[in-house]
Design a protein around this ligand. Structure first.
Ligand SMILES: *C/C=C(C)/C=C/C=C(C)/C=C/C1=C(C)CCCC1(C)C
Length: 247
């Protein structure tokens, strides 16, 4: 029964509804990015493909997570993190591709991928192995803090570290501005996830928020970050391609 799209969503089940909306939005976005590869210069096609993969992978997971949540009423923690562990490194690839012409190295890419994997593995341990009861708070706080170290590293790299410096070197206003916009997503959009995390049993916000709202926070954040990120990359690709035509 886990995989039946026919299962109706109760009108007051807003958690399931946001899974459903997330699925449709990710699916539509991935078709858009894929088709729009045809409108950009050759050297931008890879960036748009990566955008399409990010939302496409998310769409598949949302399809499954919606059913899982409807059938069990639980948070699909495992599939949530499988989705993230595939898509967040792809977002690191976007930063790499944007700054590659200015000299970004594979080493930079691997450092970002390592930091994001660290962030997500620690978050997964914090959520999936929550002992509950009195131990829940210290468990979620310890793993939440360890996870945040990875997050801060990425934040540092895209705002003032290597990625920011390379964007500055790129001689293109579009790339400079684009990388800055993506850095805003990492600062503001990604900061929504720890809010969801803190709603879990034992989390700092658990006394004022329903644990079921974890999924609403994560679903909103995913839509903003995956689709928004892709749209910024798309805007950069289109304007750089048009520049090429003008020359
Ligand atoms: C498409 C999915 C994205 C961009 C997921 C991003 C996830 C995070 C930035 C998660 C961060 C977390 C912390 C900084 C601390 C608490 C645990 C996490 C994993 C929720």
């Amino acid at each position: 029964m886990l995989l039946s799209i026919m299962e109706p969503i109760a009108p007051d089940n807003y958690v399931a509804f946001t899974f459903f909306l997330g699925y449709i939005a990710m699916f539509a976005a991935s078709i858009f990015f894929f088709v729009e590869r045809g409108s950009v210069d050759k050297k931008w096609k890879m960036s748009l493909l990566v955008s399409a993969l990010i939302t496409g992978i998310a769409a598949v997971h949302y399809y499954y997570m919606r059913d899982y949540n409807l059938a069990t009423g639980d948070s699909p923690t495992f599939f949530r993190y499988v989705d993230w562990i595939l898509t967040v490194p792809l977002m690191c690839v976007e930063f790499y591709l944007l700054t590659k012409l200015a000299g970004a190295t594979k080493k930079l890419l691997w450092k970002l991928i390592f930091a994001s994997t660290w962030m997500l593995v620690c978050g997964y341990i914090g959520e999936a192995f929550n002992p509950g009861g009195d131990a829940a708070t210290s468990h979620s706080v310890t793993w939440g803090i360890l996870s945040t170290v990875g997050y801060l590293y990425i934040l540092y790299t895209v705002w003032i570290g290597e990625v920011a410096l390379l964007a500055e070197k790129s001689n293109s206003e579009t790339i400079k501005k684009g990388v800055r916009s993506l850095a805003w997503f990492v600062l503001v959009g990604w900061a929504i996830y720890p809010i969801g995390y803190m709603c879990m049993d034992g989390g700092w916000l658990s006394s004022i928020m329903d644990p079921a709202s974890i999924d609403v926070w994560y679903n909103i954040a995913d839509a903003i970050n995956k689709i928004g990120f892709g749209l910024v990359v798309y805007t950069i690709a289109i304007s750089e391609s048009n520049k090429q035509l003008a020359n």
